[in-house]
Design a protein around this ligand. Structure first.
Ligand SMILES: O=C(O)CCC(=O)C(=O)O
Length: 331
């Protein structure tokens, strides 16, 4: 009996997975209004600059917001200075340091680049760890990730309330290779999401600061197995992953795009678009910390892919002008 129900649930999951994948295939008839065949946010439309003018003329946005939106459209990221109260950053760091000292069995973390989920035991070294979705349990993380300037900006590009569906903490540089999140972060409309990178302390040069390629959200698109924006190890293999990475750099060089690093002060936030290439630069001074928090958000009318695969993890909880969900813990 157990074997039959196990086989049935495996078959149901495979069916769910195949159905969900269909929405992620490159459409055969692309909407010519967008740069990408996958469409995207209104800011990804070819007439996005004119749309900013229209919103400004209609009084829907201020001239400062229009300037921020124009930067986002051209460069694929924005920097919001002091968007998070430094006191909130300190509170989150204290919460995390306590959790690492005393242990917090509710939380799940990764060690280095290893994707094996681990419980957070007492006396764990905080460095080279990533704690997942802390916002579910820590008010300080919710205050940071839903700070008013972040939510206001996300609402302006989403035309919708933001749904926070994943976060990662870093106490030291990740040295993560340059990548576009659309390759790994999967939502029902592949370009409809954005990420915030919050400096929880003043970031020092040599700490493995966040690196990114200005304007790379308009790089020629790489299609995994000829049709997907996201990489699947089993389906696409390491060779395609390597080719994606190589072409990203070749095309960025050919287009003359600038590599930049983010030396944010505590509370500064960099928001990147789904296709902006970014990663962690080399840690040249291992004595330096790099306390930071990354959050991934989509509009509430878009679904993280896991909603389709794990219906019991679809629940969302309201928080101010946004909401949140978590594949790891549920909410
Ligand atoms: O903070 C970093 O070093 C890189 C983070 C990153 O690439 C990501 O979260 O996608």
């Amino acid at each position: 009996m157990g074997e039959i129900s196990g086989a049935l649930s495996k078959a149901t999951n495979q069916l769910r997975y195949r159905r969900a994948l269909r929405s992620l295939v490159r459409p055969s008839a692309a909407d010519p209004r967008y740069h990408s065949a996958f469409g995207g946010l209104w800011t990804d439309r070819r007439d996005a600059g004119e749309e900013v003018d229209r919103r400004l003329d209609a009084g829907a946005i201020s001239s400062e917001e229009a300037e921020t939106l124009r930067h986002w459209i051209t460069h694929g990221y924005v920097i919001l200075e002091r968007a998070v109260d430094p006191a909130v950053c300190d509170r989150l760091r204290e919460d995390l340091e306590r959790a690492f000292r005393e242990g917090d069995q509710k939380l799940v973390m990764y060690l280095g680049g290893d994707r094996t989920p681990r419980r957070l035991d007492a006396d764990t070294d905080i460095h080279h760890t990533r704690v997942l979705d802390v916002y579910v349990y820590y008010d300080s993380a919710r205050q940071a990730l839903f700070s008013q300037p972040i939510v206001r900006f996300l609402r302006s590009i989403f035309d919708e309330r933001p749904l926070l569906f994943q976060s990662l903490t870093f106490a030291s540089g990740s040295e993560q290779p340059m990548h576009q999140d659309s390759g790994f972060v999967v939502v029902s409309s592949p370009l409809k999401f954005a990420a915030s990178w919050i400096a929880l302390e003043d970031i020092q040069s040599g700490s493995g600061e966040l690196a990114y390629i200005d304007g790379s959200h308009r790089l020629p698109e790489y299609l995994f197995s000829g049709k997907y924006k996201h990489w699947n190890a089993k389906r696409d293999g390491d060779a395609q992953h390597h080719e994606w990475h190589t072409r990203m750099h070749e095309n960025a060089d050919r287009m003359g795009l600038a590599r930049r690093t983010f030396l944010g002060k505590q509370g500064d936030v960099l928001i990147w678009s789904a296709d902006l290439a970014h990663g962690g630069s080399a840690v040249t001074d291992p004595s330096l910390t790099r306390n930071s928090l990354v959050g991934h958000y989509c509009p509430t009318n878009v679904e993280p892919f896991y909603f389709k695969l794990e219906p019991d993890r679809r629940a969302t909880r309201l928080h101010g002008d946004g909401s949140f969900a978590s594949q790891i813990y549920g909410v």
